[in-house]
Design a protein around this ligand. Structure first.
Ligand SMILES: Cc1ncc(COP(=O)(O)O)c(C=O)c1O
Length: 389
């Protein structure tokens, strides 16, 4: 079914600013991990032509360190900072502790990394545990999680990564993971959503880690002599959007921030419209990574201030965007390669289609000279094709 939820516009976000974001520490850590390289920024001239804008670029996160999503950027920096803080080790030059040093301390202490997930974050934490740090992990997952997703998480560390099914939704999994970590002395909780007042540091570091993606986008555009005018970001708990919004509003020329959520899990959109941080009940969606009922409490104040436009899309709209990206455009002037995107990533293209149909929102984001960046946050994965409306 097509989303019928109105587009949320916040004109006052245009003049809001943030302090400069320090991307150096996370970037250096990411560069030190085996297999680091900036992910591609793909030009979509056919989409730009359809929308009547100067350019649309897609940041393709379908392969980060061999994982099919961006989440490892946050999990890596979150793990590094959490362990450094646990052992009182330096994170600054020239005495900055190495990952190897942290790994050997964590191994000696029998650390177990703990996280709750809809899929990608937990897989990234499992990867950090088994492939980078050499410790165990336990990942809490909601009961509706597809069996194949559970297997992918467990497959990151057969014998060292355990998947724990929770009776309930994602929010219930977050609570159970936190309770388990609280009663287990060797557990280190690496959660990408905050649980105030006590659990705010790690989610903050995870947000810092995501900024590497925006730093890459800026460099990739600069190499073409361009700067972004708008960035479209998918939202689950809003930690990625928090990183994007802080980055966008700290640039010399502030960049518009457009968020997109499933219409069945629009926790940010609902909160923005209500003017307060609220929880929504969620139901199944093919955009599994975005199926969250509560935005991260520490991200919320900035998101309320900095998000310019919030859009919701239906499963069908996201599925159509997956299909659109998967077919290469072959017209001689507007050719582009096929792009392998999953529903969470393609939701950003579906959001642009919704904006194009809305005169006010379209005017705000899709100007003739606009350079628009969509963050395609995951690679393709299996899902049940939603029916046509
Ligand atoms: C593929 C994908 N895209 C986007 C998001 C949204 O990130 P956040 O939960 O920080 O809003 C997620 C979250 O799991 C995800 O897995």
């Amino acid at each position: 079914m097509a989303s019928r939820q109105p587009i949320y516009l916040n004109p006052s976000a245009a003049t809001e600013r943030c302090d400069p974001v320090d991307t150096l520490g996370p970037r250096q850590l990411h560069q030190s991990l085996r297999g680091y390289g900036p992910t591609p920024l793909v030009n979509l001239p056919d989409l730009a032509s359809d929308l009547g804008v100067r350019a649309v670029f897609l940041k393709d996160e379908s392969n980060r360190f061999g994982l099919p999503a961006f989440k490892i950027l946050g999990a890596a920096w979150g793990c590094y900072r959490a362990l450094a803080s646990l052992y009182g080790l330096s994170i600054s030059s020239p005495t900055r502790s190495s990952l190897d040093e942290l790994a050997s301390r964590a191994q000696q202490a029998g650390v177990i990394l703990v996280a709750a997930t809809e899929g990608n974050h937990g897989r990234a934490v499992a990867y950090m545990a088994n492939k980078v740090l050499g410790v165990r992990a336990i990942i809490f997952v909601p009961e509706h999680m597809h069996e194949s997703t559970q297997q992918l998480i467990a497959g990151e560390g057969p014998g060292t990564v355990a998947v724990q099914l929770v009776h309930g939704d994602y929010d219930a999994a977050v609570r159970e993971a936190a309770e388990y970590a609280a009663r287990t002395s060797t557990a280190v909780l690496i959660q990408d959503t905050s649980l105030p007042p006590d659990y705010v540091d790690v989610p903050g570091w995870i947000v810092e880690g995501y900024a590497t993606m925006m730093a890459e986008v800026e460099e990739q555009l600069a190499a073409l002599g361009l700067v972004a005018d708008a960035v479209v970001v998918p939202v689950g708990v809003g930690s990625l959007a928090h990183a994007v919004a802080r980055y966008c509003k700290s640039r010399d020329k502030p960049v518009l921030v457009v968020t997109v959520e499933p219409d069945t899990a629009a926790c940010l959109w609902t909160s923005l419209r209500a003017g307060k941080h609220v929880t929504v009940s969620t139901s199944e969606t093919i955009m599994a990574g975005l199926n969250c009922g509560t935005a991260s409490a520490t991200a919320w104040p900035d998101l309320q201030r900095l998000v310019d436009v919030a859009v919701t899309v239906s499963c069908r709209q996201s599925h159509e965007a997956v299909g659109y990206l998967a077919s290469p455009a072959s017209s001689p002037l507007l050719s582009r390669p096929a792009v392998a995107a999953g529903p969470c990533g393609a939701a950003t293209v579906a959001a642009l289609w919704r904006l194009a149909k809305d005169p006010d929102a379209g005017k705000a984001v899709l100007g003739r000279d606009s350079v628009v960046v969509v963050l395609s946050t995951e690679g393709p994965r299996e899902y049940s094709v939603p029916p046509k409306s």
